[in-house]
Design a protein around this ligand. Sequence first.
Ligand code: GLN
Length: 496
Amino acid sequence: MTRNHLSELTIHEAGERLAAGEFTAVELTEAVIDRIVAVDNDVKAYLTLTPEKALAQAAAADRARRAGRADGESGPLLGIPLAIKDVLCTKGIPTTCGSRILEGFIPPYDATVIVRLKEAGAILLGKTNTDEFAMGSSTENSAYFTTHNPWDLTRVPGGSSGGSAAAVAADECLGALGTDTGGSVRQPAGLCGVVGLKPTYGRVSRYGLIAYASSLDQAGVLTKDVKDAAILLQAIAGHDPCDSTSMDVETPDYLTALDGGVGGVRVGVPREYFVDGMQPEVEAAVRAAVDLLAGLGAEVREVSLPHTEYALPVYYLIAPAEASANLARYDGVRYGLRVDGGGLIDTYKATRGEGFGPEVKRRIMLGTYALSAGYYDAYYLKAQKARTLIRGDFDRAFEQVDVILAPTSPTTAFRIGEKADDPLQMYLMDIFTLSMNLAGTCGLSLPRGFDGAGLHIGLQVMGPAVGEGQVLRVAHAYEQATDWHTQKPPLHEERV
Ligand code: GLN
């Protein structure tokens, strides 16, 4: 098998073959770096690459494996090269959040999820592109450049974790971390034809995840198949005393949760998620997936999430309100960019004026407005009340069903530039994902085949709080019955 082929492996395939001694972590990492060199000029998934550090970690993983062989101890991530969204702090490695305002910022510590990956022996290849401060659905809001969809380089990869999704789809890593505040793991996973899992709020530590909207943010995983999502989630999930919102509950064994099929599993189809204006091929594909699961023994029933229509306005009040507070810390004094304006206040203004891009400024203004004295009750407080109703919808639905199936996004990947000047059209890309962040529940997107233009359609499997096990099980059953996840983008034929 050539080096290029090594980069195509899933985490579990590579893990088995590393354990069998077929190749070393250094060889695997070299193969993935070769792949990045071959395709990333076109895909532009990475903001920062750290090949020397990655190769040193790989050599250490190989030593650990040789030492561990005697007592049989090597976890599934030992020697596995991964990519990290550039909103997660990495000690000694630039972390920009896709923003000029954090240019030159080098975190003095690792996010807890990074600590856990390192402890598991994973190799970190670099940091992936994102919409500025994770605000966006296409990576076009990155201050640096736009990432391209590996399936069609003229199209967006989705966002905001578009760099991570594209890197996984283009075999520029074996798996990746992203973050999801309103859909930013699931939506790019759907548009790039990979698996993306957003865990329950609190399931994974947010310590070192640079805050966008703290009551909604959650780190998640992007992988080539469902089993890999279980492996990566297992590594990063669990209580963290450094994050007071992380859940103090035991983490189940997600790998054993994969098996068992869907016989007798109750699958809900929400009436409100098949709306006018969505791409007809997306609706047909999701309905066909429901039929397939029914054929495998799932009990399908319609459910209602009656407050769905409020999710978008509620999200676009709460998320900017929290962002306006969280982003107050970028003042030109403590981190990254400083533009000297003469005095202190003018330095704040000059730094923030130059350092933030237009979408971030829009959100700060929206959020500040919604929180301001005369408007708080009318906007922020009302949004919080509506959020409670949305959460109640999910509570009631999950009394009747184990999982809910829906499209991940209303359309497949759009062209770069197509929605860039129309924020509302861009916001609508998250119509099916952001309710779950408001409710704090979990969900996963997996490949559900192609539209007429050869672009991936994402199938979303939503679960209740701490329902990752049942979500993974249903997704795995669907994946085992189909072969969408084994398809590779045309980039491969052109480049290999
Ligand atoms: N697209 C949504 C937004 O711009 C969601 C982003 C995210 O999940 N980080 O807020």
